[in-house]
Design a protein around this ligand. Structure first.
Ligand code: RIB
Ligand code: CA
Length: 313
């Protein structure tokens, strides 16, 4: 049976590859995309999403307007050197894709329509936290949430201690962790190693069916050049957001620990993700637990990514 997935993201190159992975996956039914600010502005992530869905001839998938800034009113910090000025590396979707977005309330309509829906959030958590703030009764119906974010006892990527998604809006991340049912976190501990190499992309781009073949190579190459500057000698690019979906679809290929997670929101260590990894952790009363993915089968990831992208569309 197909998994119904409501996707929150900020496309963004790795978000884009995650959406393509979802569209091509035989067991995923993408029931909506909430486009929020993050890698670029909300205006641009929405445009990129419409562009992708048009390319895929999947105009039936609703695009919902997510947050334009954090819940405490901070504007996003963008990273054009990694994702490009418009979020798709060298590709600039035409202005015609700047379309009206579906209303935020449609999130609840989707949850009602698909009672088994799984939420995946691979961007700043501002939109998802807002969904809880506006209607926590509807959100209570969601049994499973998977988020990409955090870095546990390892370096961050946007500050020495923080990963970009958790750093962007720690207040929102804490809302999602406090309210969400069965939250699974894919942190940098694993996503940094979910590396796809240029030879794999070349193979996929050459053998892939239309419509994505012409898109994935230029966006990957842009992303790879950026990563080579960040981490000299790196052999490919980590696909953080693809990993999050892959882990959800391949639970036997990952190893998790269950912890109570909190994200710091002060100046010096904003976005730092904390869990008690001591031999005898202190359990906080009345606080939810989350699953944190800490290990995965790399070979299985690369094989599944390749096979999925080569699926007939
Ligand atoms: O830290 C990696 C995350 O930040 C990914 O979701 C990427 O798309 C960026 O938003
Ligand atoms: Ca993202």
């Amino acid at each position: 049976m197909k998994k119904n997935i409501l996707f929150f993201g900020d496309p963004g190159i790795d978000d884009t590859l995650a959406i393509i992975y979802a569209l091509l996956h035989p067991n995923i039914n993408l029931v909506g995309i909430v486009a929020g600010y993050g890698n670029v502005t909300r205006e641009q992530t929405a445009k990129n999403t419409y562009y992708l869905l048009d390319l895929a001839n999947r105009k039936d998938i609703p695009v919902i307007g997510g947050a334009i800034r954090s819940v405490v009113g901070e504007s996003g910090i963008f990273y054009p050197e990694i994702h490009g000025e418009d979020g798709l590396g060298p590709i600039q979707p035409p202005e015609s894709f700047a379309k009206d977005l579906n209303a935020f309330d449609d999130i609840y309509k989707i949850i009602d329509k698909y009672p088994d829906v799984t939420i995946v959030d691979v961007g700043r958590n501002s939109s998802l936290a807002t969904a809880f703030t506006l209607d926590d009764k509807s959100m209570e119906k969601v049994k499973e949430i998977h988020i990409m974010g955090g870095a546990f006892l390892v370096p961050g990527n946007v500050t020495p201690v923080a990963e970009a998604n958790f750093h962007g809006d720690p207040v929102s991340t804490n809302i999602v962790l406090a309210r969400g049912n069965h939250v699974t976190i894919a942190p940098l501990n694993v996503t940094n190693y979910a590396i796809i190499k240029p030879k794999t992309i070349d193979f996929i781009a050459t053998n892939m069916q239309p419509p994505f073949g012409a898109l994935i190579k230029p966006i990957f190459d842009y992303y790879f050049q950026a990563y080579q500057k960040l981490i000299p000698g790196i052999e490919g690019t980590p696909l953080h957001d693809v990993f999050t979906l892959w882990a959800l679809m391949n639970p036997k290929s990952v190893q998790k620990v269950t912890k109570q997670v909190n994200v710091v929101n002060d100046n010096a260590s904003k976005g730092l993700s904390i869990a008690d990894f001591r031999a005898k952790p202190v359990i906080q009363p009345n606080i939810k637990f989350q699953d944190i993915i800490l290990k995965f089968n790399y070979k299985a990831f690369v094989e599944d990514f390749t096979t999925t992208l080569l699926n007939h569309y």
